[in-house]
Design a protein around this ligand. Structure first.
Ligand code: GRF
Length: 216
């Protein structure tokens, strides 16, 4: 697969539009929002979409003046209809880049067809180790001494897409899932903010499994 961001130019007058998908507290989305207040960041959040109305991050987005939407699977007769609605809602914000930041649903064909190659996800483990919904718990159970976080380009699999960026976090002997996840998220927020900003400002290419940010 080759993908080139169609608008990779630092000289662009306006910044790249992001749609951020969340399911929970939204602290990664909040970190992006904070960074985007500086115009040189090169990206701004056009909309935040959650798959549940009680996602706490929605309130953070609203307080920051960002448009929000909820597209909840339980409001649709089946997964395909939900996927279509999600894709339409994402499209309504005309994003250059879609950021899954703690979004706990697999994107379906409708979203991938429209935005494939322009969707990133952040995962709290060093992929390809420990994919899936419990990356932190699984790393602990697996006896990992080092884990971390990974930003990938989303494909049709579960955490299988090409890797954009990673950062390592040591596992401590007395770690619980919560303590380890908290330290991963500290690193993850910075990784996502830096990676999304670079992608927005410099563009990226994907050749097979190799993602190159900049030099596009
Ligand atoms: C992150 O660790 C993400 O990788 C995982 O859920 C967490 C999201 O945190 N899937 P928040 O909602 O941004 O605070």
């Amino acid at each position: 697969m080759t993908n080139r961001n169609p608008h990779p130019s630092p000289a662009r007058a306006s910044s790249e539009a992001l749609v951020v998908l969340i399911s929970g507290t939204g602290s990664i989305m909040a970190a992006i929002e904070q960074a985007s207040r500086e115009p040189s960041y090169g990206a701004r959040i056009a909309g935040v979409i959650a798959d549940r109305a009680d996602a706490a991050g929605l309130e953070i987005a609203r307080a920051a003046g960002i448009a929000t939407a909820v597209v909840s699977l339980k409001d649709f007769p089946d997964r395909a209809t939900w996927d279509d609605a999600l894709a339409r809602t994402v499209a309504s914000f005309s994003p250059d880049l879609v950021v899954c930041a703690g979004f706990m649903k697999i994107l379906g064909p409708a979203a991938l067809e429209q935005f494939g190659g322009r969707i990133v996800n952040t995962h709290p483990a060093l992929l390809p180790a420990y994919p899936g919904a419990h990356g932190v718990r699984d790393a602990l159970a697996g006896g990992a001494k080092v884990t971390g976080c990974t930003v990938i380009i989303v494909d049709a699999g579960i955490d299988t897409g090409p890797i954009v960026a990673q950062a390592a976090v040591d596992v401590w002997d007395n770690d619980s899932e919560d303590s380890l996840h908290a330290r991963i998220k500290d690193v993850e927020r910075e990784l996502v903010v830096t990676t999304v900003g670079r992608m927005a400002r410099e563009g990226w290419t994907v050749e097979g499994r190799t993602v190159t940010v900049g030099q596009a």
